[in-house]
Design a protein around this ligand. Structure first.
Ligand code: 173
Length: 297
């Protein structure tokens, strides 16, 4: 994940040499501020804001008080926010298959190599109008935590707080699933509205759940996934901004643009493609025509 974040940052910083206007992006997390599953994201924002001074500023609106967790996916889709820290389990309404990400525990390096990242990125492009910038948390499993002792793995008669992550398995083992956002877990436990809950192995102390939890059922299962998503229009416009900044930098360095107008420009481009394709096809008559056909010009 680190390398892609740095690459993204570097791309954004390309614009830094020009006195371009500072870009401000709005960010939210689907998890409470300062807690386990927001911390990485918050560190990323701090780093971008430190390194990107004058170029790019991420305005961190905050956690679920800003946007309810189950609405964060839609907020990034519609550009209500520009960047979001959110688990796939919270946007299964828009992308049912997001529920499958927890079942892939391979390291991200491998997921990038074997095409998983690319496929999941395409799904985000299509269904969430967003770029799948990074998946965080490798090797962090989930557990079912309980306040009633069970003597075998059977949830009959138990009401268990779930998200889509745990719903199927809780139901399959006889439990009654009750879906809540993380922010409602403490009260639900305190009032006995639920007898247990699903949550990762890490993070229960952040919101004081240790005070209302008696048992952690073994074994751990699945793999936590929390994603950094960037609205696709924002992602694309960063490239436009970087190009604009470079042109401004050249102008500031005294390099003048020689523009001959629309007709001459079009004639030049047609010629440039035609002669280059002819040259390629002459040297590679077997493969060149196919390349040209695929390029569509
Ligand atoms: O709220 C949840 O229990 C949940 O689905 C989740 C997913 C990833 C990280 C932390 C919690």
């Amino acid at each position: 994940m680190r390398s892609i974040l740095i690459a993204a940052l570097a791309a954004l910083l390309t614009a830094s040499a020009a006195p371009a206007q500072e870009i401000t992006l709005r960010a939210v997390s689907s998890f409470a501020e300062g807690t386990e599953f927001s911390k990485n994201f918050e560190r990323f924002i701090e780093k971008v804001n430190a390194d990107g001074k004058g170029v790019l500023k991420i305005n961190y609106i905050g956690g679920p008080r800003a946007v309810p967790p189950f609405e964060v996916g839609n907020a990034v889709r519609t550009r209500v926010v520009d960047i979001a820290n959110v688990t796939g389990a919270f946007y299964t309404n828009l992308m049912p298959e997001a529920d499958g990400f927890k079942l892939n525990g391979k390291p991200m390096g491998e997921q990038r190599k074997n095409g998983t990242w690319e496929y999941i990125n395409q799904l985000h492009n299509q269904k969430l109008n967003s770029q799948y910038l990074a998946r965080q948390f490798h090797n962090v499993p989930f557990h079912i935590y309980l306040n009633k002792k069970i003597d075998k793995i059977d949830f009959s008669g138990l009401k268990i707080r779930v998200t889509p992550v745990y719903r199927d398995v809780v139901e399959a083992l006889g439990g009654t699933p009750i879906t809540t956002a993380p922010g409602e877990v403490y009260t639900a436990l305190e009032r006995g509205v639920v007898d247990g809950y699903g949550w990762p192995v890490t993070g229960i102390f952040d919101l004081g759940w240790d005070k209302v939890t008696k048992f952690r059922m073994e074994p751990p299962f699945y793999s936590v996934e929390v994603n950094v998503l960037v609205n696709q229009d924002v992602w694309n416009s960063e490239k436009v901004a970087a190009i604009k900044a470079e042109r401004e930098r050249q102008a500031a360095a005294g390099i003048q643009a020689l523009d001959f107008g629309a007709a001459a420009s079009k004639a030049f481009l047609d010629r440039a493609y035609e002669v280059a394709w002819q040259s390629v096809i002459k040297r590679a008559p077997e493969t060149g025509p196919k390349l040209r056909q695929l390029a569509g010009n």
